[in-house]
Structure formats: C-alpha cells, structure tokens
Design a protein around this ligand. Structure first.
Ligand code: SAH
Length: 263
C-alpha cells in the first residue's frame, strides 16, 4: 500500500474514471483532479497510461491490464480490489480507457461498489468509438451520408440488428475489439447481404504518434489487414463515412499526432 497516512475509520470511495483514448490531454479536468488526489489508482492496458509518471510516489498503482503471465486480472478480482481498498479508507480511482460505460465493464464495477455500500461515482471519458475514427478524419455521422451509429463489440456474435446496420448504407457501424474476429465478422456480413464494396477504415492506435489508417472495402479487408499486419488496439469503421475522400481525410489523417502534451 502507498505511503500516505490513512484514517482507518474513514470510509474511502471509488471513482470510475474514463481516461479517453490515450493522450493525457484528452482526459477531463475532473479525471485529472481525482487522479491527483487519489490514494490508489487501478489502471488498464489502454487509455492514458502515461498518467503513472505524474502520480505522487506514495500512490499505490495497481495494473490490472496485465499480470506477469500477461493475463488480465479477472473482473471479480478487480471488483474486490476496488471494494477492499475503499473499505480501508482509501480514495480509489479506477482509470479506464475511453468511457467507463462503453465496453468498459464499468457497470459491473459500479454494481459491485453499490452492493458493498461504497460511495462511488462515474466520470465520463472520450470514447474511442467516436474519437479514434475522428483522429483519422472520419465523422461517425455526417449530414446526408450517415444518420445513425451502431457500436459493436467485435468479439460477440453478430446480432440481426448489427447485420441490419451493416446493410443500411445510411448507418455507420463502429467495431471495437474486432481485429482478431475480422475474418468471421466479414464472412457473416457478406453472407447476410452486405455489399462487398462497402467502405471500411481500420484505425490502429488512434491519437498516438504511430496511428495508422487503412481504407479498403468489406470484400478486401481481410486480405489487406493480413498483408499489412493490422494489430490491436484498432477501431474498425464500416460505412460510407469511411470512404476515402468523403470529407477532407488527407488534411486530417496526414497530420501527425502529438501523442498528447504533458501537463
Ligand atoms: N471503454 C473503451 C473501450 C474498451 S474496449 C472506450 O470507450 O474507448 C477496447 C477497444 O477499444 C480496443 O479493442 C479498440 O477497439 C478500442 N480502442 C481503445 N483505445 C484505442 C485507440 N487509442 N486506438 C484504437 N482503438 C482503441
């Protein structure tokens, strides 16, 4: 545990904090304030991991994105860490990539804290579902082009609603955690009648200095992704907004990323 004095009689608290897509300056001021007065910070693999360098040496940092064997800590263990530290009177920040409630399991952590009687709050973060396409100059909605957005976990089976969204050329589908499942997603989509020429963009490591955007089509994406070695983390955008030249992609996508400014 960290070196700060703790009053064991005092009940601690947990803040489930969205950290945005990576750069520190894409965090909210509230997130930063909470981090600067935290006793314990429970970190993820994604998001603003550089925050570590700004924390007081007395702060206990627990990285649940990875164990020594590279396995992530199971969710019930994370919940137990949050509850136990707060019960010991500590101010716990659970720092998450993006937004806590967008495929972040924030709902489970909130429920665990409430069930244990721990004061808990949720701080929104900039979700990669919107911010990563944006970093490549892709608006998830665009007047006259896309009027709805469907956000999907690529590791789940495709539901009829997801297939309908993919077939609808006025809907943008944004797939998170989809790199490993790409061949399955594409064959399901093609079999369900999504046209092979539907534009796709894959944006890897959005908002980082090594961000890379690949624009292709549904029919060609698996070969292309294999050829160039697409890797996680990446956001896959399917729909007309992903078409090269739809907006001013050369201007935006070519601009180098700062990777965040230091605070
Ligand atoms: N709660 C997070 C999402 C967690 S799921 C949010 O709101 O952003 C993790 C997935 O998010 C990754 O598999 C990837 O698809 C996406 N992701 C997160 N950060 C990213 C980044 N900087 N660049 C590309 N994809 C990212």
């Amino acid at each position: 545990m960290g070196g700060r004095p703790v009053n064991p009689a005092a009940i601690g608290r947990v803040d489930l904090v969205g950290g945005g897509p990576g750069p520190i300056d894409l965090m909210t001021v509230r997130a930063w304030r909470l981090l600067m007065r935290a006793d314990v910070v429970v970190m993820d693999r994604l998001g603003p991991t550089d925050v570590r360098d700004h924390l007081d040496p007395g702060v206990e940092v627990i990285d649940v994105g990875k164990l020594p064997g590279h396995h992530p800590v199971p969710q019930d263990e994370i919940n137990a860490i949050l509850v136990d530290r707060a019960r010991a009177g500590r101010r716990v920040v659970r720092l998450k990539g993006g937004d806590p409630f967008v495929f972040g399991r924030g709902g489970e952590e909130l429920t665990a804290c409430v069930a244990a009687g721990i004061p808990v709050d949720v701080v929104p973060g900039i979700t990669s579902a919107v911010a990563v396409p944006e970093a490549a100059g892709i608006p998830v909605t665009h007047r006259g082009v896309a009027s709805a957005v469907h956000i999907v976990n690529g590791q789940s089976e495709m539901t009829p609603a997801t297939l309908a969204a993919l077939r609808d050329d006025a809907v943008t589908s944004v797939i998170l955690m989809g790199v490993g499942a790409l061949p399955r997603l594409v064959s399901d989509a093609l079999r369900a009648g999504v046209p092979a020429d539907r534009p796709i963009a894959i944006v890897e490591r959005g908002h980082h200095t090594d961000q890379r955007t690949t624009r292709t089509t549904l029919g060609a994406v698996v070969l292309e992704a294999g050829r160039i070695g697409v890797r996680n983390p990446a956001v896959i955008v399917v729909g007309e907004v992903a078409r090269a030249g739809m907006l001013v992609p050369d201007l935006l996508a070519a601009g180098s990323r700062s990777g965040g400014t230091s605070l």
